[in-house]
Ligand binder design. Structure first.
Ligand code: CTP
Length: 401
């Protein structure tokens, strides 16, 4: 999501500096090239070795001792974003006044890149008129402020001033680059395999992990979309994604059907059960009674229903996990279900489909197009699927008319 983005992580001397280690790790995990700058005071809170080990470059600390005679201008000019986490009252004041007191403050005023400031301090300091005014001025200048939260502070006090959650900080950075090809669009995605209860402890399920659907949701959000994810999978999702957890095909149907009309893109990546037991037993079925007969009934074909009532301009995407006759089965489903795109994978191939982190798919278009996406991680597959959807969306201007 942050592939190739050069991000400076400025760490100033608050107790919350230890949380910046996790922010560093997550930004790197998302593909960013992270250069940490620690202030002198930050060295009293955390060790630079940890940052150096986790970041993409060793920690920078001084205007004077590195081999580069003008590190602040080089770093400021090259950065795609600077994140100050945690930001103390001092660094906030320096940024407001343009005082270049050390490497971090000098770099902050030598950049034209977006700046994210994540304040963390005691409640009294956060509420002091000087700090409040500095924050207001910075926000007016376009600095992204990730406000502190209520909670337990250093020393045991409780109040506002605790650094925002790591995920919130990371989401704010991801959002900087989210003004992408899906900006202003809504995307609805289903993910995971449904579970159809037989009794309170048993269910009919399938091998879908939900990883591909979740990757689609993350990439769609990074491309600027407002994303709703209807999922059965216990996987994490970014806080910018609206998430609805469901279990059965009927719950998924209800969650998706009510939201689909308003969506620009609907992607049914979920493995929805085709059949469910008629009237699940309310009590556990006991072995002593012998093998039960489980009668099945058909579930609603959600994709088929969406295809039949598809609003103008919407791009509808289905998935098909096949073990044979991939092309014929996929093309049959594409037509039968009224989808615009059908993403098919041969789940019998090594490294493909369920539970793997990789996938290889063929994207069939209702317009006759066929695109092979060779073995890659599920994020790359998601990008290819969403690119194909973006190509088929009508211009945003015609949508707003
Ligand atoms: N799908 C759905 N509702 C169902 C079953 C499937 O919306 N009750 C969607 C899936 O989310 C997927 C697509 O339909 O996007 C294809 O699912 P698949 O199970 O491969 O299709 P089926 O029509 O059930 O065909 P098969 O006989 O191969 O199971």
């Amino acid at each position: 999501m942050l592939q190739g983005r050069r991000i400076i992580l400025g760490v100033s001397g608050g107790i919350a500096a230890y949380k910046a280690i996790e922010v560093c790790r997550r930004l790197v995990d998302l593909g960013a090239h992270v250069t940490p700058i620690l202030t002198d005071a930050a060295h009293n809170m955390v060790g630079p070795t940890t940052f150096t080990a986790l970041a993409s470059e060793p920690v920078k600390t001084s205007l004077w001792h590195d081999s580069d005679p003008i590190p602040h201008t080089r770093m400021g000019q090259n950065a795609d974003a600077i994140v100050v986490c945690p930001a103390t009252a001092r660094i906030i004041s320096d940024l407001r006044t343009g005082r270049s007191a050390d490497l971090l403050s000098a770099t902050l005023i030598a950049t034209a890149a977006p700046v994210v400031v994540c304040p963390a301090m005691h409640t009294e300091m956060w509420e002091h008129p000087a700090v409040a005014e500095n924050i207001e001025v910075l926000a007016d200048r376009g600095v992204i402020i990730v406000p502190p939260e209520e909670g337990r502070l250093a020393g045991g006090d409780i109040g506002k001033g605790r650094l925002a959650e790591v995920a919130t900080v990371v989401d704010a950075v991801v959002a900087l680059f989210a003004d992408g090809p899906l900006g202003g669009r809504t995307v609805l995605i289903s993910a995971g395999g449904t579970r159809e209860p037989i009794d309170p402890v048993r269910f009919l399920g399938n091998r879908s992990s939900g990883k591909q659907g979740h990757a689609l949701a993350e990439v769609a959000a990074a491309m600027g979309a407002e994303v709703t994810l209807v999922t059965t999978a216990g996987l994490a999702s970014s806080s910018t994604i609206t998430r609805i957890d469901v279990e059965t095909a009927a719950e998924m149907h209800e969650a998706v059907a009510g939201r689909a009309r308003a969506a620009d893109v609907v992607i049914m990546a979920a493995a929805v059960a085709d059949f469910r037991p008629v009237g699940a037993s309310t009590q556990k079925i006991k072995k002593a009674n012998g093998p039960p007969t489980v009668t099945l009934e058909q579930t609603v074909d959600i994709l088929g229903e969406l295809g039949a009532g598809k609003p103008d301009g919407q791009v509808l995407v289905g998935f098909a996990a096949e073990t044979e006759n991939l092309r014929d089965n996929a093309l049959g489903k594409l037509k039968r279900k009224g989808a615009d795109l059908l993403v098919a994978n041969d789940v019998s191939a090594p490294g493909v489909g369920f539970a793997h982190d990789t996938n290889a798919v063929t994207i069939f278009g209702a317009d006759g197009s066929v695109r092979e996406v060779s073995m890659n991680d599920k994020t790359a597959i998601a990008m290819a699927v969403l690119d194909a959807a973006v190509e088929r969306l009508p211009d945003i201007e015609s949508k707003n008319q």
